[in-house]
Design a protein around this ligand. Structure first.
Ligand SMILES: Cc1cc2nc3c(=O)[nH]c(=O)nc-3n(C[C@H](O)[C@H](O)[C@H](O)COP(=O)(O)OP(=O)(O)OC[C@H]3O[C@@H](n4cnc5c(N)ncnc54)[C@H](O)[C@@H]3O)c2cc1C
Length: 306
């Protein structure tokens, strides 16, 4: 069994962490390489602090991210996202590293007889087919939204990822701008996420909220992590990220800018949330997500304030 990061990155194949996505793709004949089992790597399932920052090992289960008192107290928007996704069983087994690098859940990708650019087909069957769970910011490529709830929450925390134990990159760099229609992340073959790095905590009001088609065990239609740094009743800083609407997780800088300097009231939340859908160009079956996006952002802000 592999026991060091170097051994893992020297091998050719596909990493296997909790296996909750990997095994599903194996069943659907979507894994074509040897597996490189990461579960023998020690020290990558810890949450540690140093110099004010927090380091989450890539093999930390989503359950442990959700439950760790340090994360709950200082990074509530991440803890609630980790505790709100999938099912208790998946959260126990699935890891934060696997969550960030999971493959799209689009049925055109998972079905052996349907066309999908991420499987190497020339076109996307979903574009002219069934896509009610698709994007509302359409870039002309893959119509499925990015699947990672934790990737989205980490955008709101301006987190970084450590690759192969050394190279540190902003979280947004592992996804890019969504213009690569063939991949769900931009990590190279021998690039292994080893840690997630969170900046020093600040006094904030933060939460995660998802709009969903059924109560459990489903990806969100639209999801949001909101963080507000408030002095008196004035918003000093705002960090808003959304998922379920684009090929990559999105930060909403125009919504953030509309909040800064305003009083933290329901009225300013409603005004700022209206901007969330600016530039939306929904697909024929995703128009309903445009008001859902606005309302999800507004609801998340209200809940963040408590
Ligand atoms: C019913 C259901 C509902 C779900 N709902 C949600 C949801 O709402 N939001 C959400 O985000 N997810 C959801 N999921 C997906 C689930 O969160 C992922 O399957 C899980 O996080 C993957 O983690 P894992 O450790 O099992 O990864 P694995 O299945 O082991 O690996 C997944 C991929 O990541 C790669 N990988 C794993 N670790 C690393 C690493 N350290 N560095 C580089 N590459 C790596 C693997 O090679 C593989 O390609 C849901 C799943 C199910 C079954």
């Amino acid at each position: 069994m592999i026991s060091t990061v170097q051994e893992a990155t020297n091998l050719s194949g596909e990493y296997l962490a909790g296996g909750t996505d990997y095994m599903d793709r194996l069943r659907h004949h979507l894994v074509n390489e040897n597996s490189i089992d990461l579960n023998g790597l020690s020290g990558l399932d810890q949450i540690e602090t140093e110099g004010g920052k927090t380091y989450i090992g890539a093999l930390t289960s989503m359950f442990n991210v959700a439950q760790a008192p340090h994360i709950r107290q200082n990074y509530a928007g991440l803890a609630e996202a980790a505790g709100g996704l999938a099912t208790p069983q998946i959260r126990q087994v699935g890891t934060i590293g696997g969550n960030l690098t999971q493959a799209t859940r689009c049925q055109y990708y998972r079905h052996p007889h349907l066309e999908c650019t991420k499987k190497g087909d020339a076109s996307c069957g979903g574009r002219d087919g069934y896509h009610p769970y698709g994007v509302v910011f359409d870039n002309g490529g893959c119509v499925a939204p990015h699947p990672s709830t934790l990737g989205m929450a980490l955008y709101a925390y301006e987190a970084q990822v450590e690759i192969n134990g050394a190279d540190i990159r902003p979280i947004a760099d592992i996804y890019g701008d969504g213009s690569n229609h063939h991949r769900d992340h931009l990590l190279g073959k021998n690039e292994l996420i080893t840690k997630i790095i969170l900046p020093a905590p600040v006094a904030e009001k933060a939460t995660y909220f998802r709009s969903i088609a059924r109560a459990r065990a489903e990806w969100a239609l639209v999801e949001c992590t909101a963080r507000l740094v408030i002095d008196g009743d004035k918003i000093q800083q705002a960090f808003i990220a959304v998922g379920g609407v684009a090929a990559v997780p999105l930060r909403l800088p125009h919504v953030e800018a509309a909040l800064v300097g305003k009083s933290a009231t329901a009225e300013s939340f409603a005004d700022a949330a209206q901007l969330a859908a600016e530039g939306a160009n929904p697909l024929p079956q995703t128009g309903y997500k445009v008001p859902l996006l606005v309302n999800t952002v507004e609801e998340t802000l209200i809940r963040a304030l408590g």
